[in-house]
Ligand binder design. Structure first.
Ligand code: PEP
Length: 256
């Protein structure tokens, strides 16, 4: 069994002057790493230094929600992988569906981002997932396969072993609607089979596949106890210290 990873995606919430309560709440409540769960929160870029200050020495790692794939240069408004490591980040989310849908990020760009993140020593959390109409038409596996292969074909085995994947059905993000545990397990199993075909069984078994899409304390147990679900990427519920901590406690208590 892989060590659980519970990740919070704050999206465009909690600026540096607003985040103190949430960060302090996490700082006091979370003592998880020694109990078998990795924890990461991904605040907006401008809140990273405040997160680093308050969470320093705690069990909570810091991640970013995006990066630019170039190292530096004339890319106004962008942030590079090395800037993220300098800001204390250990993780970075790549290819979130909001980046794909609202900001036009395609598979080729996302592959470059994952590569740049890994090259800088960050742990990339690659998001994949289908839209509702793609699920209804039965194309969900093909969609996810294409999103995955665009990135995996760029990685050597060593980099692949450090990758984290988040399966996030777009129809379940921020909607209150979750995939059923059976739907989640089926897709996670499918994703692992693609990893297996590409990198072999040993690496595939060790890559963590998170579920994302309206995960909250009320549904975390049934999702996290699925065989191929190795954690959660949590949006809305990560903005509340007690809900986020509760999900972590649920993960700690699952014995798979
Ligand atoms: C997300 O943004 O990655 C996400 C899963 O959001 P929510 O938990 O709010 O559905």
């Amino acid at each position: 069994m892989n060590r659980y990873l519970i990740a919070g995606n704050w999206k465009m919430n909690q600026g540096p002057e607003e985040a103190n309560e949430l960060l302090s709440g996490l700082r006091t409540r979370i003592h998880a790493e020694e109990e078998g769960v990795d924890i990461v929160v991904c605040p907006p870029f401008v809140t990273l230094s405040e997160a680093r200050r308050i969470l320093n020495g705690s069990d909570v790692h810091i991640g970013a929600q995006n990066l630019h794939h170039e190292e530096k240069g004339a890319f106004t408004g962008e942030i590079s992988a090395s800037m993220l490591t300098q800001s204390g980040c250990r993780y970075v989310i790549c290819g979130h569906s909001e980046r794909r849908d609202l900001f036009g990020e395609d598979d080729a760009l996302i592959a470059k981002k994952v590569h740049a993140a890994q090259a800088a020593g960050l742990l990339a959390i690659l998001c994949v997932g289908e839209h509702l109409e793609q699920r209804k038409s039965g194309d969900h596996e093909a969609v996810v396969k294409q999103q995955l292969l665009a990135v995996l074909s760029n990685l050597n085995k060593e980099d692949a072993a450090r990758l984290v994947i988040a399966y996030e059905p777009v129809w379940a993000i921020g909607t209150g609607e979750t995939a059923t545990p059976a739907q989640a397990q089926e897709m996670h199993r499918y994703i692992r089979s693609i990893l297996d075909e590409t990198f072999g069984n040993e690496i595939a078994a060790g890559i963590r596949i998170l579920y994302g899409g309206s995960m909250k304390p009320a549904n975390a147990q049934e999702l996290l106890e699925q065989r191929d679900v190795d954690g959660g990427l949590i949006g809305g519920a990560s903005l509340d210290a007690s809900s986020f901590t509760e999900i972590i406690s649920i993960a700690q208590q699952i014995d798979k």
